[in-house]
Design a protein around this ligand. Structure first.
Ligand code: HEM
Length: 421
């Protein structure tokens, strides 16, 4: 995913709302975001945002989908609303297609074919294996934290959990975890000053990191094809549906999707969870009082509050109507999950963090439709198992100070967070 490596917008056109896909909007004061989306949700129809964007001669226009019901409707109508370029703002540049032209950015019939191949690999048996791995990894992470004492929470805890679980499932050696961590950070946050210096060309940085990951998986795939093992990469290079196999490009782009979608999102949910449990001591006490009873609800409420992916893009494939609004063929729209997860028509008292909230139909994993997150079960499990181990060994663990947020409009990322116990 390389959605935010464009130069920040050159500014709004008069009387238009802020550019909601500009990283600067998301890294601004939290209250501005709350107020902007509240105002947009109060409008009867999706609002057309027009921006002047650096590098584009004409205004860049898109519809902001901010209501829960609109995102549900658009997600379930892939024939009317295309996912081509879903993770990019202006569309996927041709040179990045090799790395990002994966299922999340695709429509049928290509999408269905790929999803069939990989869904088999992510079947029931694999998920049961994931659980045993997640148990072991969580214990190792927590033992390490106890031994080291208070300090950095992001790299050794939040990021390590998904890297080590997916890494173990894919048969990636532990010594390569840092390689993955650095490359996925560069792809997820090329505009963040902590990731790249302002003089660095963000597009070139993303390209280099993508090539590194592409070379890495090509080599690993070759190696597993020659010497099969009991791991996910072996299953992927051997997976076949109706005699069809993944091509090299499909393996590369699926691997990049897995490491970004699987690692950058879950890690942020884990960091947000510590911040939320620290800021809401009553909810934390409730969770500690009976973890098995409250953990599933706590994970869902963390996902709703954190919304680790802020948006996906869709494009209307034809003139059509959606919840009383008419779209023209070619209209772009962004599905703002962060806003839908605070829609007052769906969530009573939406700014209250409540681990007993039921029902909790949040859209952190997207809405039901062909692209609903393939790793939702895995992500829920990783968060639940890690916190079970953390709170069992360190019931006093808390965030120490404020988190530092990633400069990105796409990911609700936390780059720095310290913990104390
Ligand atoms: C908290 C963690 C996660 C969040 C918030 C998240 C969120 C999302 C969202 C919003 C979508 C797009 C839905 C759409 O376009 O309609 C998606 C798709 C996807 N996710 Fe996740 N995800 C998470 C974890 C994972 C994990 C752990 C994996 C795999 C290891 C994963 C793999 C995927 C894949 C492959 C897709 C594309 C599915 C398709 O296009 O058919 N995700 N995810």
């Amino acid at each position: 995913m390389s959605p935010s490596q464009r130069t920040p917008a050159a500014g709004p056109i008069a009387d238009e709302p802020a550019d909601l896909v500009d990283p600067l909007f998301w890294s601004g004061p939290h209250g501005d975001r709350v107020e902007t989306f509240e105002r947009l949700r109060a409008q009867p129809h999706p609002v057309l945002v027009q921006q002047r964007m650096a590098g584009l001669s004409s205004a860049f226009g898109y519809y902001a989908l901010v209501k829960h019901a609109d995102i549900v409707e658009v997600s379930r109508r892939p024939r009317d609303f295309s996912s081509t370029g879903a993770t990019s703002i202006v569309g996927l540049p041709a040179e990045l297609y090799e790395y990002y032209g994966s299922m999340i950015n695709m429509d049928n019939p290509e999408h269905a074919r790929l999803r069939r191949i990989v869904a088999r690999v992510f079947g029931r048996e694999t998920v049961a294996d994931f659980e045993a791995v997640a148990d072991r990894v969580a214990r190792q992470i927590v033992d390490g934290l106890v031994a080291r004492g208070p300090g950095d929470f992001v790299r050794p805890v939040a990021a390590e959990m998904p890297i080590a679980v997916l890494g173990a499932m894919m048969g990636i050696p532990t010594e390569d975890h840092d390689f993955l961590f650095v490359r996925t950070n560069q792809i997820a946050g090329p505009l963040d000053p902590a990731v790249a210096s302002p003089e660095e060309d963000s597009n070139a940085l993303v390209m280099r990191a993508s090539q590194d990951l592409g070379d890495y998986i090509t080599e690993l795939g070759r190696e597993r094809a020659a010497r099969p093992r009991d791991d996910l990469i072996t299953k992927l290079v051997r997976a076949e549906v109706d005699g069809e196999k993944l091509t090299r490009q499909e393996l590369v782009s699926f691997f990049i999707l897995l490491v970004i979608a699987g690692m950058e999102t879950t890690r942020n949910a884990i960091s947000h969870a510590l911040v939320l449990l620290t800021r809401h001591p009553d909810q934390r006490e409730l969770l500690l009082s009976d973890y098995p009873k409250y953990s599933a609800g706590a994970v869902e409420e963390v996902l709703r509050f954190a919304t680790p992916i802020n948006w996906m893009r869709r494009v209307a494939t034809r003139d059509c109507e959606m919840n009383g609004h008419r779209f023209r063929r070619g209209d772009r729209m962004f599905l703002f999950y962060w806003s839908a997860n605070r829609d007052e028509e769906v969530f009573a008292d939406p700014y209250r963090f409540d681990i007993t909230r039921a029902p909790n139909p949040h859209l952190a994993f997207g809405s039901l439709g062909p692209h609903f997150c393939l790793g939702a079960h895995l992500a829920r499990m990783e968060i639940g198992i890690l916190y079970r181990e953390l709170l069992r060994s360190l019931p006093g663990i808390r965030a120490d100070g404020e988190p530092r947020r990633l400069r990105s409009s796409f990911l609700e990322g936390i780059t720095e967070l310290r913990c104390t116990f």
